[in-house]
Design a binder for this molecule. Structure first.
Ligand code: GDG
Length: 767
C-alpha cells in the first residue's frame, strides 16, 4: 500500500459518489478546502473521507472500483453504513455538536448511541489515516465531525505532525461544559500539534476549557499537554479571490447578469445566500425586512429581497421545522406587503450554479448576512470579491467570524431587527463613492488573505511545531552538556544550587514529606558532590526545615534553604528571616479554612513562613474556580502588601513578600564565590533564581520540564538531571556511571564490583 507525506482528512471527500440508473457516478466539487489543498506544494498528498454513498448498498467489487477511481482524484475512501451516517453525522455531529457550538443549547440533543457511533467512526477514520500516512506525514484533520481523531491518529502514528482545524465557533466554557463528553472531546483534540480556529476568541475559549476542565496551563498560545507544547492559533479562512474576479468575465456569468438586469431593471436588489440552517439567522432577517417594508412604504415595488437557501441536513428534525417556518413567513410577508405585479421576497430553496451565484453577487445592491453565530461566513467575502465595476453594500452580523476582517461592512446585531432595518435603509441610500471606498478597502485585504494562503500558513506551522520540535525549545544537547562538564572540571570553585521537588525528586501528588523523600541515588549524588573540597551544594526548596532536615541528615556539608528562603542552614544552625509572620498567618489561615470547607479534598499545609492551600485531588473545574477566588480574596487582605500570593502546581501559596529564591541565590553567590555556578529548578519559584543569574557568565541555568522559562537550558526529566549531576562528579567515579541521556536497564548494565562497593559505602554513609 502506497503511503503519503501529506494527508488531509475531512468528513466528506471533494468527490461525491452516487448511483444513477444503477451506475456509479463521480462528481468532483471545488469547495474552498479543495482549492486550498490543490495549492499546497506537497506533490505527495491524499485526501481521506466519506465518498457520500451508503456502504450497505455496495458490493466488495464496487468498493474496490470506487477506491481505484477515487485514487485518480487523489482521494481515499472511508466507507460508512447508513446507520453510521445517521448516528455519527446527523446525530452527534449535527444534532449535538453543531447546535451547541453555535450557542443553540436548547436545540442540542444528546444520545449515547450518537456518541458510540461518533467514537466508532472516528476509529474507522483513524485506521484509514494510519494506512495511507507515511510515518512522518503531515496530517491535517478538518472540523467538528472528527474531534477525536487527532489523539487516535497520534496513538497509531506517533511520529506524524498532526493538525486540526475547526470551521465552526468554539463556544465559551459555560456552553462547552454542557456537552456530556466534553473531556473526551478535549483529550481527542489535544492529540494534535497545532489546533487552528477562524478567530482569536474561539482559540481563547478552547484554552479556557482546557484549563478549567482538565487543569492544563497555557502560555503564549501554547498548551502544555502530555510532554508536548500544542500550538493554538487563529487562521481566518479566505476565499479563492482570483476565481471570483475571473468568473465575472465569463460568458455564463455575463449572461446571467444580463438576465438579472432585464428582470429587475431599476429595482434595488438585496440578496442572501446560505445553507438553510438555524444558525444563519434567516427568520431574523425576514423580520427585519418586514419591518423595513412597514417603515418605508415608499420602497414598495422598488426593492426585492432575493433569498437563496441551499437544502442542508434535511434528515435532522430542527432543519425540517425551520424550513416550514421560513416558507410560512415568506408567504405572509409577500401576502401583506406585495402587490399584483410585485412580491417583496423571492425565495429559492435550491442550489444554484456557481456562475449564477457570482452574477447575483455582482448585481446585488446589498448583501444581507445575518447569522446568529457563524464560524467565519464565506458568502460575505465572496460578495465583496465579486464587485468589480458595480458597487454594493455589505450588511454583516457581528456574530460572524468574518466581521473582524471586514470592518467596513455595516455591522448589525442579528437579534436587533430595528438596527437591521436601519442598516438596510442606510445601505440603500449610501453614496456611490462611499460604497466604492469601503469595498476597495475590504478587497485589498481579501486579495491578500486568500484560501490558498490560509492552507499554506497552517501547513507551514504544522511542519515546524510538529512532533520533532516538542515542548523543549532549549533542550540541552550532548555537545552543550560536554561544555558544561568541561567548564565544571576547569573551575577552581563551584556552586551548585538545586530546587528539590520536580528537580531532584519526581513530583508527588501529596505534601507528605514521607512520600517525597529522596532516593538513595539522589542522596549519594548530593553527598559526593558536596564532599568535593571546592564545591558548595545548596538545596533551595519550598519545603519545611523539618522535612529537609530529615531527608539530608547524613550530609552535613549540604547547604539547606527551606520555605523558599525563609530558613537557611549554611553551617550547623538554622537561621530565619527577621520577620514576625504569626499575625499574618492567622488572617491567611482563616481565609484558607473557608476554602477547605467549601472545596472537598483540598487541604492546608502550614509552615513557619508559608501557608499552602493544596488542591491536587480536587476536580479540575472546581479547583480552577476556587484557586482564583482564593487568590483574589487573599490579595484583598489588609496585610496583602507584605505578602506574595501565587498559584503554583496545584497550590495557592502565600509567603512574606521579601522571601524569594532569587534573593537566596544572590546571597549564596555572595557568600560562596565560584567560577562555575549550576542552578536547576522546575516551577515558577525557580524562575526567580534563573532571572537573578541571567547575564552571569559563570552560571548555567536549567529548567526541568516543558514550557517557557528564563533558564538557558531545559531537561526533560528528573532522571536526566541526576545523570547531569553525575557527570559533574570527579572522573574516578564518573567513568563508571551510565552515559547521560541513555537509561540502561539495570539488568543489562552490571556495575563493576569496585564501584559498587564504593557506591554502597556512600549509601551507608561511610566514606
Ligand atoms: C462552514 C462554517 C465557515 C451557498 N449556496 C450556494 C453556494 N454556496 C456556497 C457559498 C459559500 C459556501 O457555500 C457557504 O459557506 P459559509 O462560510 O457561508 O457557511 P457554511 O456552509 O456554514 O460553512 C462557516 C465555513 O465552514 C468555512 O470554514 O465560514 O462559518 O459554518 O462558499 O458560496 N454555492 C453554489 N450554489 C449555491 O446555491 N455554487
Amino acid at each position: 500500500m502506497k503511503t503519503y507525506e501529506m494527508v488531509v482528512v475531512s468528513n466528506r471527500l471533494p468527490v461525491n459518489v452516487t448511483r444513477k440508473d444503477g451506475e456509479l457516478v463521480f462528481e468532483p466539487s471545488t469547495g474552498g478546502l479543495a482549492t486550498a489543498m490543490s495549492s499546497l506544494e506537497a506533490s505527495d498528498k491524499i485526501w481521506v473521507g466519506w465518498p457520500g454513498i451508503d456502504a450497505d448498498e455496495l458490493t466488495a467489487d464496487e468498493k474496490e472500483l470506487i477506491s481505484q477511481e477515487l485514487e485518480r482524484h487523489g482521494c481515499y475512501p472511508v466507507f460508512l453504513t447508513n446507520k453510521q451516517v445517521e448516528l455519527y453525522y446527523e446525530g452527534y455531529a449535527n444534532d449535538s455538536v453543531w447546535p451547541l457550538f453555535h450557542y443553540f443549547q436548547s436545540v442540542a440533543r444528546y444520545d449515547d448511541q450518537y456518541w458510540k457511533a461518533y467514537e466508532e467512526v472516528n476509529q474507522l477514520f483513524a485506521d484509514t489515516t494510519k494506512r495511507v500516512a507515511s510515518p512522518s506525514a503531515r496530517i491535517w484533520i478538518q472540523d467538528y465531525h472528527l474531534m477525536l481523531l487527532p489523539a487516535m491518529v497520534r496513538e497509531r502514528a506517533p511520529g506524524a505532525h498532526i493538525g486540526f482545524f475547526l470551521h465552526i465557533p468554539f463556544p465559551s466554557f459555560e456552553i462547552f461544559r454542557l456537552l456530556p463528553q466534553r473531556k473526551e472531546v478535549l483529550h481527542g483534540l489535544l492529540g494534535a500539534d497545532v489546533i487552528g480556529f477562524h478567530v482569536y476568541d474561539y482559540g481563547r475559549h478552547f484554552m479556557s476549557s482546557c484549563l478549567r476542565l482538565l487543569g492544563l496551563s497555557s502560555s503564549a498560545g501554547m498548551i502544555d499537554y502530555d510532554g508536548r507544547m500544542i500550538k493554538i492559533d487563529s487562521y481566518p479562512i479566505g476565499i479563492d479571490y482570483r476565481k471570483f474576479r475571473d468568473q465575472l468575465a465569463s460568458p455564463e456569468t455575463q449572461g446571467a447578469l444580463k438576465q438579472l438586469d432585464d428582470s429587475y431593471k431599476k429595482q434595488k436588489l438585496i440578496i442572501s445566500v446560505d445553507r438553510l440552517d438555524y444558525s444563519k439567522g434567516i427568520p431574523q432577517r425576514l423580520e427585519a425586512f418586514r419591518l423595513f417594508l412597514e417603515h418605508y412604504p415608499s420602497y414598495q415595488g422598488k426593492v426585492k429581497l432575493l433569498m437563496i437557501a441551499v437544502p442542508s441536513r434535511t434528515g435532522v428534525d430542527a432543519y425540517k421545522s425551520l424550513r416550514d417556518e421560513i416558507e410560512k413567513t415568506v408567504s405572509r410577508i409577500n401576502g401583506t406587503y406585495g402587490t399584483v405585479d410585485w412580491a417583496p421576497i423571492s425565495y429559492q430553496f435550491q442550489n444554484r450554479p456557481f456562475a449564477e451565484i457570482v452574477a447575483l453577487y455582482a448585481r446585488a445592491d446589498v448583501a444581507l448576512i445575518t447569522p446568529i453565530r457563524d464560524g467565519m461566513n464565506l458568502v460575505a467575502k465572496e460578495y465583496v470579491a465579486s464587485k468589480k465595476r458595480r458597487k454594493g453594500v455589505l450588511i454583516l452580523s457581528e456574530m460572524a467570524g468574518a466581521v473582524d476582517e471586514l470592518p467596513e461592512a455595516l455591522s448589525i446585531n442579528p437579534n436587533d431587527s430595528h438596527s437591521i432595518m436601519m442598516a438596510i435603509r442606510e445601505a440603500l441610500i449610501m453614496p456611490a463613492r462611499e460604497q466604492k471606498t469601503r469595498l476597495s478597502m475590504m478587497q485589498k485585504r481579501l486579495a491578500k488573505s486568500t484560501v490558498q494562503q490560509w492552507g499554506q500558513d497552517f501547513i507551514n506551522d504544522l511542519a515546524v511545531t510538529g512532533s520533532d520540535s516538542k515542548a523543549m525549545r532549549k533542550l540541552l544537547k550532548p555537545s552543550q552538556l560536554q561544555r558544561i562538564a568541561t567548564h565544571s572540571q576547569a573551575a577552581a570553585r563551584k556552586l551548585i544550587i538545586l530546587d528539590y521537588d520536580g528537580t531532584l525528586r519526581s513530583y508527588v501528588k501529596t505534601p507528605s514529606p514521607i512520600a517525597a523523600a529522596p532516593s538513595l541515588r539522589t542522596r549519594r549524588i548530593l553527598r559526593q558532590l558536596s564532599d568535593q573540597p571546592n564545591t558548595t551544594v545548596a538545596v533551595v526548596s519550598g519545603r519545611s526545615k523539618n522535612a529537609l532536615n530529615s531527608w539530608f541528615v547524613g550530609i552535613p556539608s549540604l547547604k539547606l534553604v527551606a520555605e523558599h528562603g525563609a530558613w537557611t542552614r549554611y553551617d550547623k544552625k538554622w537561621q530565619h528571616i527577621d520577620m514576625d509572620f504569626k499575625d499574618h498567618k492567622k488572617a491567611i489561615k482563616k481565609v484558607m479554612r473557608k476554602y477547605v470547607d467549601r472545596t472537598p479534598r483540598s487541604e492546608i499545609e502550614e509552615k513557619d513562613y508559608c501557608l499552602v492551600w493544596h488542591y491536587t485531588n480536587v476536580e479540575p473545574e472546581l479547583a480552577y474556580k476556587r484557586a482564583r477566588e482564593l487568590q483574589r480574596e487573599l490579595q484583598e487582605l489588609p496585610e496583602s502588601d507584605e505578602l506574595s500570593v501565587n498559584i503554583g502546581r496545584d497550590i495557592v501559596e502565600v509567603t512574606p513578600h521579601e522571601v524569594s529564591k532569587g534573593m537566596i541565590v544572590k546571597n549564596l553567590r555572595r557568600q560562596f564565590p565560584a567560577d562555575f555556578v549550576l542552578c536547576a529548578g522546575d516551577d515558577y519559584t525557580d524562575e526567580d533564581m534563573f532571572g537573578t543569574l541571567d547575564g552571569d557568565d559563570d552560571a548555567v541555568t536549567i529548567k526541568i520540564g516543558s514550557g517557557d522559562t528564563k533558564a538557558r537550558y531545559q531537561l526533560e526529566t528528573v532522571g536526566d538531571m541526576l545523570r547531569l549531576l553525575e557527570r559533574l562528579l570527579p572522573a574516578t567515579l564518573l567513568s563508571q556511571l551510565p552515559e547521560f541521556g541513555r537509561t540502561l536497564p539495570s539488568k543489562t548494565k552490571k556495575i563493576p564490583k569496585k564501584v559498587s562497593r564504593r557506591l554502597s559505602d556512600y549509601l551507608r554513609g561511610n566514606k
